[in-house]
Design a protein around this ligand. Structure first.
Ligand code: NI
Length: 151
């Protein structure tokens, strides 16, 4: 089921999200809906607070594949990359953001199993952007040249 993407200005986007402790049907339904929603709007990722659920769950949909990260934590971040970003919660805007070039995260999947993953380039950027949402941070807070764009 498609979910409504909450827009900047709503306080749900500014709170620190709760750790996921229940790996149940409700979480599966949320993740399925987030996948459908991120694909519908052609985003590179989506965080649970963006659909009004303030828990530590994100999806990332990039060239490397579609990923679900529950309770993601950075192990390390290396290097630097500067590039453009947008956000499904900030329609009609884009900005330039400096991010690490390579990251390692540990996370759980929808069953609660633990994994680690190394990402670089745009994949790393998408992970950083989505994980920021879990701490109430939106890319516009970090962008150097926020500008209007046509959709
Ligand atoms: Ni975003």
């Amino acid at each position: 089921m498609l979910r409504k993407v909450i827009q900047i200005g709503d306080p749900v986007l500014r709170q620190k999200c709760e750790t996921v402790t229940r790996f149940d049907k409700e979480l599966c339904a949320l993740l399925d809906d987030m996948k459908e929603t991120v694909r519908k709007y052609e985003g590179a990722g989506l965080a649970a607070p963006q659909v009004g659920v303030p828990i530590r769950a994100v999806v990332v949909d990039v060239a490397e594949g579609y990923f679900e990260f529950i309770n993601p934590v950075f192990v390390w971040q290396k290097g630097e990359q500067v590039g453009p970003e947008g956000c499904l919660s900030v329609v009609g805007k884009a900005g330039t953001v400096c991010r690490p070039d390579k990251v390692k995260i540990v996370f759980q999947d929808r069953k609660g199993d633990k994994y680690s993953l190394v990402a670089r380039g745009f994949f790393a950027r998408a992970i950083c952007h989505e994980c920021d949402h879990l701490d109430g941070i939106i890319y516009v807070d970090k962008a150097t040249d926020l500008r209007d764009v046509e959709d």
